[in-house]
Design a protein around this ligand. Sequence first.
Ligand code: ZN
Ligand code: ZN
Length: 347
Amino acid sequence: MKSKAAVMEGIGKMGIRELDIPEPGEGEVLVRNHKCNICTTDWQTWAGLRKSQGRKFPWAPGHEMGSEIVAVGKGVNKELKIGDHVGFGYGFCGECYWCRRGDTSKCTGEGTSYSYNGLTGSFGMSQYMLVPSKMVYKVSLELPWEEAGYLEPLGTAIRGVRRLRVKPGENILVIGAGNLGLVNAQAARAFGGRVMVSEINEERCGIAESLGFETVNPKKADVAAWCKEKTDGRGVDGVILAVGNTAANQQALEAVGVTGRILFFAAGYPAPEIEVDPNTIHYTEIELIGTYGGDLRDWQLAADFLSRGIVKTDKLVSHQVPLDEVQHAFELAATPGNYRVSLVLWP
Ligand SMILES: [Zn+2]
Ligand SMILES: [Zn+2]
C-alpha cells in the first residue's frame, strides 16, 4: 500500500515522500491517520532547537494523531476492530524493569520510533502507518480527529497531575495558558482541584476564562498575593509549571503554601534557573516534583476524558492545514501565540 508522508529532511525543511506500507504482522494494526497535530517537540526539532535529543535527519515525525483502524494483524485483542477510531500512547516493551513496575513511560526499549522505507521516526504524518496494537486507544466515534490527537498531550498531563497528587477541593495554580497549560488545568480540575491560571497574554487569559478558570495576569497583579487572597492567606496547595522559564519558577515558589507541591511539567530551552533555599524546603515542607511522559493508565484515562467531554480541546486547535502545505504548517506551529496546528492528511 502506498502512503504519502511528511518527512523532516533537515533543519527548517519539511518534504513529502511516498512510502510503501506492508500488511500488519502479528500484534500490529494498520491505521489510516486522518489528522496529525504538530507537537512542540516536532516544530522545535524542525527549528533546530532540540539538538540535545539527538534526532538524525531525515526523520518521520508525528505522534498526535486521530486515526481509524483499517486492518488488524494476528494475535490482536478482539476489543480492537476495523473501523474503530483511535488515539495513541507511547510504545513500550513490557519486559524491562520500568515497564514491570508500571512506569511504561520510562521503558528502556525501542519506544515509539520505527525504521522502514529507509526512514526512522514515529510516522504520524503519514496517511497510513503500522503500529503495535498496544499503542492504540479507542476513542468515541463522535470525537473530531484533531481532538483525538490530544490523547498523548493529555495523557502526559494526567501523569503529572497524578504525581502532583491533586485531591478534591485543593487549590491548584497553573502557570501558563498555552496549549499544555490549558490541558493540564482541565486534567487537574477532573481530579477535583479548584484551578486558577496565571498568564501574561490577555487573549490566552480569555480562552482560559471561557473554559471556566479564574485567571491572573502577572503583568497586572502580584500572583502570590492574589493566590493568598483566594486561599485565606495560605497559598496554593499545588502549582503546575506549564512553561519553562526562570520567572515562572520564582512565581511558583512564592505562590505555594506550607506543605504545597510544585510540578515541573515543562522543559525550557535554554534551561531555566531556580533559586530555592533548602531551609525553606525543610521548614515549609514544600515538594518539588518532576514529570515527563505518560504511562498506560494515563493514556486510557485520556481517551475516556476526551471521549466524554471531560477535557475539551476544540478551542486549542488554531489552524488546520493540508498535507501538501506541511512546510507552512510547521511555520504556523512555530509562530508564538498559536495553539496546536493540525495537519489534514487526506484531501
Ligand atoms: Zn506530543
Ligand atoms: Zn520496557
